[in-house]
Design a protein around this ligand. Structure first.
Ligand SMILES: *Cc1c(COP(=O)(O)O)cnc(C)c1O
Length: 420
């Protein structure tokens, strides 16, 4: 079979302008930090397959747990019925999360985890007879591709065709330092606010923007004092990505609601999860049936996803994953120092396993920067899989990456920068 032709004939790929797109590489296998193409070429997955992979590809422990679960129970309706994988996952995850997170609602991807959070927040106020329908988000935010999650994301290239259909939000800029006056007048000007949603510490799709935990903590505090719900979108930052188990661990003020996906199942299966405090849950808990949270998905609480997510948490303990994360962090830090000396580079930032920098070009910072294609080509030529956001190159490798893997990535980066 000619897979390349069939792919071109049949498949519509995400975030891809299919006209003039380069031929997709057929991946047959995954192994640790590598994926292996149809010709046996081994590519280092430096972007963790769109930020999902944590413990490495086709991890035998996860595969075994998945197989065992698939033989027992692959899926069951989650209303009126429940199962051990979901309960065990919730019990274990609870021990890792901020203490106020008490209730767990399942969905099947990051966007739906965010949608769930939004609907929870709006209905939280509705159920109490309060008119609060506005959302505050950070400028340049990205929270997903469904209509609700697009509405609370930054307006731009990704959302332009849908702009008239999106609901209005209030945005605030990320600042270097907390400005009390700004927030005092902001809170005077805006009322009826339901919630503030934020990607803690790192804005992903915006271009991997890393920002101050101190600033964010003060913002969270002032919003909390003003009775505004806090929604942490940890879809990308969760499960060790930023150096701690959750990016919210860097702040003292804890969210009311948290959203998870991507690393939740170590990147093995699609699963979304929204956690909430007792206070949120209690606003729905009532003899009055109209106060029910009428939300759910066919695959809510899928046992396979839950079993793998639970196994992934076990791996954090069995494989001492936080130590591996620390190794990557130290290694990234050292390379950042080296990178800073390069004349073709600016805006170098590093947080946990994430390293990002921008390549100087005449087109400036833009997702559609022409340089992207040549960056991808260069790294691929060195068997490295990355996916820059325009001229922003970032590394977000699986936690099982070795020192040698990283060294190769750094060396190729230097060679690339020297070549332009
Ligand atoms: C990826 C991402 C989402 C959307 O998740 P999907 O599974 O792609 O729908 C939402 N929020 C953040 C912060 C993300 O990085």
């Amino acid at each position: 079979m000619n897979y390349h032709q069939l792919d071109k004939d049949l498949i519509w790929h995400p975030y891809t302008q299919e006209k003039n797109a380069t031929e997709n590489i057929v991946i047959n296998r995954g192994e640790g930090a590598y994926v292996i193409d149809e010709n046996g070429r081994r590519l280092f997955d430096a972007c963790s397959s769109w930020w999902t992979n944590t413990h490495g590809h086709a991890h035998p422990y996860l595969a075994e747990k998945l197989y065992q679960q698939a033989k027992e129970l692959e899926h069951v309706i989650f209303a009126g019925y429940t199962h051990k994988p979901a309960i065990e996952l919730a019990s274990k995850l609870k021990t890792y999360l901020p203490e106020n997170q008490q209730k767990f609602f399942f969905s099947d991807n990051g966007s739906t985890a965010v949608e769930t959070a939004l609907k929870m927040a709006f209905q939280f106020w509705f159920n109490q007879g309060e008119k609060r329908t506005k959302i505050i988000a950070l400028e340049n935010a990205y929270h997903g591709d469904t209509f609700g999650s697009m509405s609370i994301s930054s307006r731009g290239l990704f959302t332009d065709p849908f702009k008239p259909l999106l609901f209005d939000i209030i945005t605030i800029p990320i600042q270097e330092q907390f400005n009390q006056d700004f927030f005092d007048s902001f809170l005077k000007e805006h009322t009826e606010i339901a919630a503030f949603i934020y990607e803690p510490l790192v804005q992903g799709a915006a271009g991997i923007n890393i920002y101050s935990a101190t600033w964010l903590d003060e913002v969270l505090q002032i919003f909390k004092q003003n009775n505004i719900l806090l929604i942490a979108d940890e879809v990308m930052t969760g499960f060790g990505r930023t150096g701690k188990m959750f990016a919210s661990d860097y702040m003292n003020t804890k969210p009311d609601i948290m959203c998870f996906s991507k690393g939740l199942t170590a990147g093995m299966l699609p699963l979304g999860l929204t956690s909430a405090t007792q206070k949120i849950y209690d606003a729905f808990y009532n003899d009055d049936k109209t106060k029910t949270f009428f939300h759910g998905h066919s695959f809510t609480g899928n046992p396979l996803g839950c079993a793998v997510a639970l196994a992934s948490l076990e791996l954090f303990e069995l494989e001492n994953t936080l130590t591996k994360i620390e190794m990557i962090e130290n290694s990234h830090q050292q390379f950042s120092t080296k990178l800073a000396r390069h004349t073709k580079v600016f805006n170098i930032q590093q947080q946990g396993t994430i390293l990002r920098f921008e390549v100087k070009t005449e087109q400036g910072t833009s997702y559609l920067n022409e340089l992207k294609a040549s960056i991808i080509r260069y790294y691929l030529g060195n068997n490295l899989m990355i996916r820059p956001l325009g001229n922003v190159v970032y590394f977000m490798p699986p936690y099982c990456s070795s020192a040698d893997d990283l060294e190769k990535l750094y060396q190729s980066s230097e060679a690339f920068l020297d070549s332009i």
